[in-house]
Design a protein around this ligand. Structure first.
Ligand code: ZN
Length: 139
């Protein structure tokens, strides 16, 4: 949840503070719920990002990754990224945001407040779109 190739390459110290570590434990428990739902291993490509790392990878300004409350995941032995996103969205698992990103990973974000269970998709050249869709609507 804290390892980052980008941080290593750029010499960014991505060590979480004790407060963020608490959030990472909450996030890890959420990922275990998802692993249990999917029945297969869940791979985390990005977890905690300190502000410098978040900036380096082009993360959004208010990213939950900077609080240790988000993870980008795939579960290749479950199915496609979209199938994974839809399975989580259709479950009773609580989350703040689930984002199907660039047909490549699922972003799961939590919040300190009431979970919105907001489902979004983003593709190259689009902003965030409401709902989970295989491709952007034709304009
Ligand atoms: Zn993310």
């Amino acid at each position: 949840m804290v390892i980052s190739q980008t941080a290593a390459r750029m010499g960014i110290d991505n060590t979480p503070t004790p407060e963020i570590l608490k959030n990472l434990r909450i996030m890890a428990a959420k990922l275990e719920e998802i692993r249990s739902l999917l029945g297969v291993p869940v791979l985390v490509s990005s977890g905690y990002r300190c502000p410098a790392l978040n900036k380096a990878v082009g993360g959004s300004k208010g990213s939950a990754h900077m609080l240790g409350l988000a993870a980008d995941i795939t579960a290749p032995s479950f199915g496609t990224v979209l199938q994974t996103a839809r399975k989580i969205a259709a479950s009773g698992i609580e989350y703040d945001q689930l984002i199907y990103e660039f047909d490549s990973w699922v972003h799961i974000g939590l919040s300190g407040g009431a979970p919105r269970r907001e489902n979004l998709s983003i593709f190259q050249g689009t902003g965030y779109l409401r709902g989970l869709m295989s491709k952007p609507p034709q304009t």
